[in-house]
Design a protein around this ligand. Structure first.
Ligand code: GRF
Length: 188
């Protein structure tokens, strides 16, 4: 049976695009649709390029039953958060246990939690003087960045790195690993 993915993304969508591209000619896995809460988000153009349907839902629709009903109807095997900035309501986690995953641009449990997204994370890493950072792919539970860790990958840093170069290094790691990790999860 073909496995089905739904991607949730709030922004640029470069990870979403990598995932869509990775599975484009797969008979085993299909990206059913992309959901975003952000009008005009870059992810819409990226989905369109691959003819993957995309849907805009207002923030409120995540709190009411609207998005949940949409998901329940499509019955995805995996819901992938790829730069999705709203908190996932508890009901989603209860309806889709171990079927929602997120990618975080640091080595959790470091640099996670509320407010730790995008450049905030890379600035905090820079300020700490850490000599490495990385990515974490984890299951989603009702607390930000606290679900069980599925995969981590590291990249070295040095004093010349800036939050911007850290972001570039982290994005490269994300693009390299995220589609493959999804593939592994769906194989099980
Ligand atoms: C990624 O760094 C991801 O870890 C974080 O949000 C960013 C999304 O980037 N959760 P993009 O929109 O996929 O380019």
């Amino acid at each position: 049976m073909q496995k089905k993915i739904i991607i949730l993304a709030s922004g640029n969508g470069s990870n979403a695009e990598k995932i869509i591209d990775f599975f484009e000619s797969s008979s085993a896995v299909k990206v059913l649709s992309v959901i975003s809460n952000k009008q005009g988000a870059g992810v819409f153009e990226r989905a369109k390029k691959f003819e993957v349907p995309s849907v805009l839902f207002k923030k409120k629709s995540f709190e009411t039953n609207e998005v949940l009903s949409y998901l329940e109807e499509l019955k995805p095997d995996l819901i992938v958060l790829a730069g999705f900035l709203l908190k996932i309501p508890k009901e989603f986690v209860l309806k889709f246990p171990n079927k929602i995953i997120n990618i975080h641009p640091a080595l959790l449990p470091k640099y996670g939690g509320k407010g730790m997204y995008g450049s905030n994370v890379h600035k905090a890493v820079k300020e700490s003087g850490d000599l490495k950072t990385g990515i974490t792919i984890h299951y989603v539970n009702e607390n930000y960045d606290e679900g069980a860790i599925i995969f981590q990958a590291e990249v070295g840093l040095d004093a010349s790195d800036t939050p911007e170069t850290i972001a570039t290094k982290v994005h490269a790691l994300e693009h390299q690993h995220f589609p493959q990790v999804i593939h592994q999860i769906l194989r099980k």
